[in-house]
Design a protein around this ligand. Sequence first.
Ligand SMILES: *Cc1c(COP(=O)(O)O)cnc(C)c1O
Length: 406
Amino acid sequence: MSKKLADFQLPDEKGYFGEYGGSFIPPALQVIIDEITDAYNKIKVDKEFIEELQSLYTHYVGRPSPLFYARNLSRKVGGAQIYLKREDLNHTGAHKINHCLGEALLAKKMGKKIIIAETGAGQHGVALATAAALVGLECHIYMGVVDIAKEKPNVTRMKILGARVVPVTRGTQTLKDAVDAAFEAYLEDPVNQLYAIGSVVGPHPFPMMVRDFQQIVGIEARKQFQEMTGKLPDNLVACVGGGSNAIGLFTAFLHDKSVKIYGVEPSGRGLDDGDHAATLTLGKPGVLHGFHSYLLQDKEGVPLPVYSVASGLDYPGVGPQHSLLRDLERVNYVTADDKESIDAFFELSRVEGIIPALESAHAVAFALKLAAELPQDKTILVNLSGRGDKDLDFVMDNYGKDYEIK
Ligand SMILES: *Cc1c(COP(=O)(O)O)cnc(C)c1O
């Protein structure tokens, strides 16, 4: 395989990043998805669309999100200097609003009436319901009844925002069944509806489109870091579920050879016993949800059950561009486990007064390990993808006793 830097600017016309990506869907659905590709390719160079999205980023989301030098944390570790890109300060508390606004605006421009999606823990559902309320679209969120019971605050949020939460009662009644149900509903009325995928996954054009909407994170961070330090960061760190916040940060730095890049996957309760979601660490290429990528699967190619303490990271696949970046060895994919991430969750809260999302705590956990190994004149830029408000009860119920100050 060619290792040309130009490869990072993919995908090609058919949606391939090297051998990964593409579109593996029924012909009837392909016709509909092609319309989305055409509409997106027109709109992404349309001045009015670009300005409208930029204006919403500034006045609605609160961009640019700050870059924060974590002096206390860096001193405590005693190694490299740690900087945080504060996506947790965005409206709705995470990076997901960046692509949900893009997808909702695209739906509106395409004349759609309804935007639909699945959600697991409810984070994508809440961000999309928010964007739909603002842009003026109906919003239908498909959610397994097991998840509905588990994620009550997010279900309430979606309802208050005016979205319809459609309970999914089939199969295991969780995320994968919600995806199937949402796809079926989409096929029933593709004229009035647009399916909004929640990460850089799914058939072409979604991995490209969601990446493009998230690129703002890295573009801002690169400029902010140079203004603050006069240099580029030596290392980038971001957590990887489907991979949208990570690719959002990485894209602006892929050509900077001096910048080492780390994507952090959840090793859960440990890589040996199967209770993890370390797709690029232990997976093999295969097809899931309409695209070819690394995948945690059994010998027959059936996706394996996955687990992480951070529900936003437990997906058996990963965005196709990450699979290419892994093969090209441009990004190092590493892991952090539950325990290290909970430790990092409390450490960042207590040393800097910032409560991270459990997903983002995986990136912080790895950054702490990396910083300890590096000299003090090196720097690490971490994407703090979201805030921990959604995780407070879960963390206190399950880990509170171990971390209580007496
Ligand atoms: C959903 C989510 C993630 C994981 O999704 P990616 O597509 O891998 O970024 C990470 N952090 C937060 C805060 C999330 O809500």
